[in-house]
Write a protein that binds this ligand. Sequence first.
Ligand code: AMP
Length: 460
Amino acid sequence: MMQNCSRAVSLVPQLSHTCELTPMDFTSLNLSQPLLDALDEIGYVTPTPIQSQAIPDLIKGRDMLGCAQTGTGKTAAFALPILDAISQNPWKGSRRIRALMLCPTRELAAQIHDNIEQYARYLDIRSMAMFGGVSQRPQVKILRRGVDILVATPGRLLDLISQRHVNLSSVQFLVLDEADRMLDMGFIRDIRKILAHIPKKRQSLLFSATIPSSIAELSRDMLYNPVSVSITPESATVEAIEQSLMFVMRSDKRGLLTHIIKEGRPEKVLVFGRTKHGCNRIVRQLGQDGIEALAIHGNKSQGAREKSLRRFRNGSLQVLVATDVASRGIDVSDISHVINLDLPNEPEVYVHRIGRTGRAGQGGIAIAFCDENEGEYLRDIEKTIRQAIPVDEEHPFHSEKARSCKGNKAPKKQQNRGRGRGRHQPRNNKSNGNRSNEKSNHQSKGGRNSRRSGRGRSRK
Ligand code: AMP
């Protein structure tokens, strides 16, 4: 059973910070001057709650269990103290991997690496992003030149460890980011194998949006005497978002989506579909209705995904259709509408999805479609968020039949489909799924790194 952040604190026998805000600026956090200069240039003035709570303990060397979603500023919360520690104690001799950050998707790996490059702009620290689905050669080349911080997805990392291209024997800092998602994606065995390659004496951090029992167990194995911080309990996120529910027959979903987009003219819409195939179909159908949309999911090439995201970010693309896995960790700050075209079968996923809108305190609108087969999922979601989602009947596709099915069990076929990437899948299938999720080309980071190392930063 999944637990939300507010209950997570009881799972570790340590002090737990609450969400109260202590007004401060970055100078009071004891970070070194090059980091402060970088933050100043980037435009970070005030630490976010997770940063003000986590950084002091991390600087002291404590292990940490952090319950926080993407969008809270957690990357800087874990990256800044690590950068600080590495730069204060430069390595003698050639570069070795001193910090390992594991995360579930290539997008997140690229994002973390990008952030680190920004924060470390005045430090002699090299990082790289490593993920599957692209040629390993450029990644191996970067590794040979030496990196201090490795941000990796587990599959490719294990591949390169087994080929002896990666040596983790000097790792002092370990971060597991979006740990719940990594476990959902079946990475637990890979993670445990990777842990076996890392020295036991290290500082370990585990961040997760939710704390299911599997994460609690992993944190007990992985963390020593951890401090627990918990930010933005999911219920709080839910409260900030204007939610509505539309009962619609499955066959009318497309018509309803087109109706909302054409009539409501929403600014930036993220549509969630259950499957990659379903996302493609929706994009095609919207196109037939004269609405341009693009899909991002694991079968799309990295180039296509990045292009779609760029356009979505800069506002030239109104509608992006995504699967849960592909959307994870994507930092687009001003999504006006999230539309659940299909209801997720895990209620926590609904909370993650709608949390994509209304970020950084902005309001957002989340619309959920519920068809005649999704009544069970709706009931579970409302139980989890402890509220009934207000029903909107003011649309031409409202269906009393779909409404009457609320609470009904979902058809078997749909359940299986929905759980395709879930925890219940056999290991072998999951493994394939993971690798394919990492698949498609993700070369740009290698190129970026090559350019960076090409600048020939010298060590102090
Ligand atoms: P994250 O949760 O780490 O993905 O961060 C979400 C977004 O907040 C990113 O675009 C960060 O660059 C931004 N951010 C993180 N910390 C701060 C801060 N202290 N001030 C302003 N923006 C921040």
